[in-house]
Design a protein around this ligand. Structure first.
Ligand SMILES: *Cc1c(COP(=O)(O)O)cnc(C)c1O
Length: 345
């Protein structure tokens, strides 16, 4: 049975073109620097991210943690938003791998106040009590579904430059953010020193993320990737799918965004449902069904019977995510099913 899977864009299976590319990929031992497909992917990724070099890593979490590990020394401090992926969804890895202290700031729907950052940056030399601030992490698109304004990123980047502190961008959905803003991804990444973006998620590759930055940074990261057990051998099999993801799948992301907006509009018409319409920037729709009298858990079970998979509520909110494998008809069908289920509760 074919499911309409709205749980996340991480559920995306690879396309036929990716499977074909994987099957015929030229490979070599990438730890020796011998894999032509990985080399091609890393060069292309660096180019579209507007950075000197890039490195293929197994996952987004790996890429973010490798960036922290490469930018910082043990005991350093990293300034970032309290609601970002690195704080909330990476198992506390920054304490384990890089051994840094995370200094989370209040976030206004993912937007950090540049003055808050400026006032918290500190130099170990200034006071015997201080750790060294050695990194600022931003996230765009944010995992709350919103895209952070470029002006905010620019202000933060300028403050960081003045103090010689690097900025890392968690750009897991960088190309969704670029599509929403209608700009080239380089217009976003020019406000960071390093960036991680996912080849999986909306771009549908089965595996992998890229970390991009200066040549010097990437050379250092390559060594640390090996330390973390991320030195891969015939990785061209996976890189081949990643190349298709970057070459073919970026430009179609606006379709997912349009389907998310359509889904949001249809849900907003259902009595008792509150849709956070103003937060639909990319492929995510957040909504609240408390006003319908239907329990979120019931909606999950009933939708499953109709061939639709959704996650349960988190902090009282439900989230639906569109992707390549979810069509316009699928979202109309999902909205119709949700309407039937909540109105019969
Ligand atoms: C998914 C995601 C990651 C991590 O990616 P994984 O490949 O799942 O480890 C990092 N940051 C953000 C914002 C994400 O959405």
């Amino acid at each position: 049975m074919r499911y309409i899977d709205l749980r996340s864009d991480t559920v995306t299976a690879p396309t036929q073109e990716m499977r074909d590319a994987m099957y015929t990929a030229q490979v070599g031992d990438d730890v020796y620097g011998d894999d032509p497909t990985v080399i091609k992917l890393e060069q292309y990724a660096a180019e579209i991210a507007g950075k000197e070099a890039a490195l293929f890593v197994p996952s987004g979490t790996f890429g973010n943690q490798l960036a922290i590990f490469t930018h910082c020394r043990r005991g350093d401090e990293v300034i970032l938003g309290e609601d970002c992926h690195i704080v909330v969804h990476e198992v506390g890895a920054a304490a384990v791998i890089a051994g840094v202290n995370l200094r989370p700031l209040t976030s206004n729907k993912g937007v950090l106040n540049p003055q808050d950052i400026a006032s918290r940056m500190r130099s170990a030399e200034d006071d015997i009590h201080y750790p060294q601030t050695s990194l600022i992490c931003l996230e765009n698109a944010h995992s709350n579904g919103r895209v952070i304004p470029l002006e905010n990123m620019r202000e933060i980047f300028e403050i960081a430059k003045e103090r010689h502190v690097p900025v890392h961008l968690d750009g897991a959905r960088l190309f969704n953010a670029a599509a929403y803003l209608g700009v080239d991804a380089r217009e976003i990444t020019k406000y960071c020193d390093s960036v991680m973006f996912c080849l999986s998620k909306g771009l549908c590759a089965p595996f992998g993320s890229m970390l991009a930055g200066t040549k010097k940074f990437i050379a250092k990261a390559r060594k640390k990737r090996k330390l973390m057990g991320g030195g891969l051998r015939q990785a061209g099999i996976m890189a081949a799918a990643g190349l298709v993801a970057l070459e073919r799948m970026r430009e179609r992301l606006p379709e997912d965004h349009a389907n998310a907006r359509l889904l949001g509009e249809k849900l907003a018409e259902i009595p008792g449902i509150k849709v956070f319409t103003e937060d639909i920037h990319i492929n995510m729709v957040f909504f609240d069904i408390n006003g319908t009298g239907c329990e979120p858990a019931k909606l999950v079970t009933e939708l499953a019977k109709k061939g639709i998979k959704i996650n349960g509520a988190e902090n009282g909110l439900l989230r639906l995510v569109t992707n390549y494998w979810v069509t316009r008809d699928d979202v109309l069908y999902a909205a119709k099913c949700i309407k039937e289920i909540v109105s019969s509760s």
